[in-house]
Design a binder for this molecule. Structure first.
Ligand SMILES: Nc1nc(=O)c2c([nH]1)NC[C@@H]1CN(c3ccc(C(=O)N[C@@H](CCC(=O)O)C(=O)O)cc3)C=[N+]21
Length: 296
């Protein structure tokens, strides 16, 4: 096999962000500034890092950014009140509550409280339904949308392709499957959803022309689970202890990159693959929300 194409998420994110910048400039010329509120409850280090990355990206693009870092003891009612205030804030077009919240928070009830028109994560039941219905007015969750954009950007044929989605979360696996089985460009695929309870998992993933790994287990996918010439999209962001690193950890994906990459036609690295796309698509969803809400 020749060397695989490395799918560059940072570079593709740059093009998405450039599109956003043009739209933001157009909105600003009409006196409108898109706004995004990011809410974090508690101080999980990885969550704190991601929330700050999102706010920084807003500032870079000139999106009005509201960052609320709330104490871990915040009650359900207090959080609902925060959401209500953001729903009613005309300067805010997008609302994101970083997942997962502390255990005492009922996350589903929080998501349901977000105005679906501001639900830039695409987690609200209205937007989940719109994705299933192929209604383009809804918001597609950022990570699956980013994965699909990587496939189209690199000209990977999805029409009729066997796509295996490994993982069935509401954040990635399930919406990813819906996106790829939908009609249209970058989709029209034959989709299989596999997960931790799937029988003979490697035999299933080995059928994939396109394997999307979102199972949340470090280096779970080995060479034996990948077909020669497959395209592999690695959604995993796992911190594993590594005493040789200054931070004491390193980030690995859900795919054992070193043994899998030589079998692939194309593969995403971690970091620098899907992660940057997630943030870029969040910016794109925020611009879309702003345009819809303001009628631009
Ligand atoms: N309501 C909600 N919406 C989310 O979109 C959401 C969430 N909750 N909870 C956590 C996950 C995770 N997530 C990432 C975003 C960017 C990178 C990212 O930028 N990664 C870089 C840097 C990786 C690193 O150094 O840690 C990369 O892969 O190259 C990773 C992960 C969004 N999430």
């Amino acid at each position: 096999m020749s060397a695989p194409t490395l799918i560059d998420g940072k570079k593709t994110a740059e093009s998405v962000l450039a599109e956003c910048e043009a739209e933001i400039a157009d909105l600003k010329s009409k006196g409108v500034t898109p706004g995004l509120a990011v809410v974090l409850v508690g101080a999980d280090p990885a969550s704190t890092f991601y929330v700050r990355s999102k706010s920084k990206m807003c500032e870079k693009l000139g999106i009005h950014s509201v960052k609320l870092e709330l104490p871990a003891e915040t009650t359900q009612d207090e959080l609902l009140k925060v959401i209500d205030d953001l729903n009613n804030d005309p300067a805010v077009h997008g609302i994101l509550v970083q997942s997962p919240p502390p255990a005492h928070i009922d996350e589903a009830a929080i998501i349901a409280e977000i105005d679906p028109a501001k639900d830039v994560d695409g987690f609200h039941p209205v937007n989940v339904a719109k994705l299933a219905l192929e209604d383009a007015s809804g918001f597609v969750p950022c990570t699956p949308a980013g994965c699909q954009r990587l496939l189209t950007e690199y000209g990977i044929e999805t029409e009729g392709a066997n796509v295996v989605v490994l993982g069935r979360s509401m954040i990635v696996g399930k919406p990813m499957a819906l996106l790829m089985m939908a009609k249209g460009k970058g989709a029209n695929s034959t989709v299989t959803v596999a997960h931790s309870r799937t029988k003979d998992l490697e035999a299933v993933t080995r059928e994939a022309d396109i394997l999307i790994a979102a199972i949340g287990k470090p280096e779970f996918v080995k060479a034996g689970g990948v077909k020669d010439g497959a395209v592999v999209i690695d959604v995993g962001i796992n911190r594993v202890d590594d005493a040789s690193q200054k931070k004491g950890y390193r980030i690995v994906g859900d795919v054992a990159f070193d043994e899998v990459a030589p079998k692939c036609k194309a593969i995403t690295p971690v970091p620098g693959g899907v992660g940057p796309m997630t943030i870029a698509m969040l910016m794109a969803n925020t611009v879309k929300a702003c345009k819809q809400i303001t009628g631009n």
